[in-house]
Design a protein around this ligand. Structure first.
Ligand code: HEC
Ligand code: HEC
Length: 291
């Protein structure tokens, strides 16, 4: 009878831990967030079904964008050194060579139409704040003109693959704000300008794959406000593929032993298995002599 009581107490304690405490702690540490939305369906100002005309897009980009942005791969160099660009705009405008490849089409079109809304920074750039976002809204353009620009940007984006793509995507999407010291990458915007611009220190991302994990990064990059409400880190609007490239780059830099560790796992299990058989045979031998 006593044993049954002890068993009942153990079962009750395990039950409380398993069904009560553990899910509660999990829910506090990893709050439920809606899954990453790579269609950016909250953005609806531009009809992205229109087929863009890259030749007209080129004319529009020359008239509207290259005063601030370099597009190296299309033959438009930066008009001023990074330090001057940071002093003028707060942050160095990114080179747009990869823009057509890495940004989702719907996001990109709507970003050109209204950058602040697309980046989910309306809470920061309110009329009362007195702050103005450095890139103008092109909401005076027709949807057709915006899709022409998108078509042009897509036409100049070089095709890259593998590790080269991982690095290129990181630099294009994150490199104006974040250092990646372990890979020798320093943000194009000088630290002090950036702090004044964002109001927060953009951390060095070398080890973030370890401290935050892939799952968190997938949701966070897709929509920072969901996990860090009020943060000045913008939504950057990457396609699912480009976002995977960025995370792969963070993994190659911060956790380069992951693949090795995973491939070693199977051998460790095999070793344990063989060892268990040997131990069993050994036990049988010893006990057979005892009996
Ligand atoms: C007055 C300068 C200026 C002009 C003109 C300008 N931009 Fe920008 N743009 C910026 C700055 C500054 C940023 C970075 C803002 C930030 O990260 O907070 C930026 C960011 C971007 C991004 C990155 C978006 C993201 O999600 O990370 C794209 C794409 C872009 N601009 C496209 C364009 C296009 C296309 C044009 C022309 C139609 C244009 N820009 C005109 C200053 C400018
Ligand atoms: C315009 C500048 C800017 C760009 C571009 C940018 N970030 Fe950030 N990021 C920030 C700032 C500022 C913070 C700090 C936010 C805070 O403390 O509220 C931050 C924070 C982060 C964090 C830490 C989140 C946490 O839980 O503490 C991660 C991870 C991150 N960024 C990843 C990225 C990646 C990956 C990219 C490119 C796809 C990127 N960021 C692009 C400015 C930027």
């Amino acid at each position: 009878m006593k044993e049954f009581k002890i068993l009942a107490v153990i079962v009750a304690l395990v039950g409380i831990t398993y069904y009560g405490i553990e899910p509660y702690a999990h829910h506090i540490m990893h709050p439920e967030v809606s899954p990453a939305d790579f269609s950016f369906k909250d953005l609806k100002n531009v009809d992205t079904k229109l087929a863009g005309n890259a030749a007209n897009g080129k004319v529009l980009v020359e008239a509207n964008c290259i005063a601030c942005h370099a597009i190296d791969k299309a033959g438009y160099p930066a008009v001023m050194p990074n330090a001057d660009a940071a002093a003028s705009y707060g942050v160095v405008p990114p080179d747009l060579s990869s823009a057509g490849r890495i940004y989702d089409k719907n996001y990109l079109a709507n970003f050109i139409f209204d950058p602040v809304t697309a980046m989910h920074l309306s809470g920061k750039y309110t009329p009362e704040s007195g702050k103005a976002f450095p890139m103008p809204s092109y909401n005076w353009m027709t949807p057709q003109e915006i899709m022409d620009i998108v078509a042009f940007l897509q036409s100049v984006s070089p095709k890259v693959e593998g590790k080269e793509a991982h690095k290129a995507t990181f630099e294009a999407a994150c490199g104006r704000c974040h250092n990646m010291k372990y890979a020798g990458i320093e943000a194009t915007t000088p630290k002090d300008n950036l702090k004044a611009y964002t109001g927060a220190v953009a951390p060095d991302l070398s080890q973030y794959i370890k401290s935050r994990g892939e799952h968190y990064l997938h949701s966070f990059i897709n929509d920072p406000q969901l996990l860090l409400h009020g943060t000045s880190m913008p939504r950057v609007g990457l396609t699912e593929e480009a976002q995977e490239e960025v995370i792969a780059y963070m993994e190659e830099t911060g956790d380069s032993k992951k693949a090795e560790r995973e491939s070693l796992g199977i051998w460790v299990l095999l070793y344990t298995f063989i060892f268990a058989i040997l131990a069993y045979l050994w036990k049988r031998k010893i006990w057979s002599e005892v009996h």
